[in-house]
Design a binder for this molecule. Structure first.
Ligand code: ATP
Ligand code: MG
Length: 148
C-alpha cells in the first residue's frame, strides 16, 4: 500500500500532563514518520473552525474552550495506511472503550480530554494538515519539501 498521511494534535490535557515525549515515542514505535510538527495554541475561533463539523453538538462549546485552553502539538504523520492505522493506535474516542496499549487508554483523562486528535479520512487529513502547515514546512521521509 502506498505511503499516505494523517494529521494529529496532542491536546492541551496531554501537553499539560507532560505526555508529549511518551506520545511521540508511541507514534515513532508504530512506524509513523513526522512530516511536520509545531507546538502552538489555538485561538477560540481556530478551535471553532477546526471542529466546525461538531458545531451543533451539545459538547461543542466545552470542546472549543478545552482545545483553546493551552498549547497543543500539531503534526503531520506519514506511513502506509496512515489514517486508519493512526485511529487504531489512538483508540476509541471515549477512553473507557479504548483498547489496552492505545494512546487514549494510556493518556486520556476523559471523553473530552482524550489526549490526541486523529484525522478520520484522507481528505480531512489533507485539509487539517494545510490548516496548520504551509507546504514549505512539510518534509517527506526523503527530506524533500512536498505539498500536503
Ligand atoms: P478527534 O476528532 O479529536 O480525533 P474523534 O474523531 O475520536 O476525536 P469526534 O466525534 O470527532 O471524535 O469528537 C471530537 C472530539 O470532541 C473528541 O475527541 C472529544 O474531545 C470531544 N467529544 C466527542 N464526543 C463528546 C462527548 N459526548 N462529550 C464530550 N466531549 C466529546
Ligand atoms: Mg473526529
Amino acid at each position: 500500500m502506498a505511503k499516505n498521511r494523517t494529521f494529529t494534535m496532542i491536546k492541551p490535557c496531554a501537553v499539560k500532563n507532560g505526555h508529549i515525549g511518551a506520545i511521540l515515542a508511541k507514534i515513532n514505535e508504530a512506524g509513523f514518520r513526522i512530516v511536520a510538527m509545531r507546538m502552538t495554541r489555538l485561538s477560540k475561533s481556530q478551535a471553532e473552525a477546526f471542529y466546525g463539523v461538531h458545531k451543533e453538538r451539545p459538547f461543542f462549546n466545552d470542546l472549543v474552550g478545552f482545545m483553546s485552553s493551552g498549547p497543543v502539538v500539531a503534526a503531520i504523520l506519514e506511513k502506509e495506511n496512515a489514517v486508519e492505522d493512526y485511529r487504531k493506535l489512538i483508540g476509541a474516542t471515549n477512553p473507557e472503550n479504548a483498547e489496552e496499549g492505545t494512546i487514549r487508554k494510556l493518556y486520556a483523562e476523559s471523553m473530552q480530554n482524550n489526549a490526541v486528535h486523529g484525522s478520520d479520512s484522507d481528505e480531512n487529513a489533507a485539509l487539517e494538515g494545510r490548516f496548520f502547515f504551509p507546504a514549505n514546512e512539510c518534509f517527506s521521509v526523503e527530506g524533500k519539501e512536498e505539498l500536503v
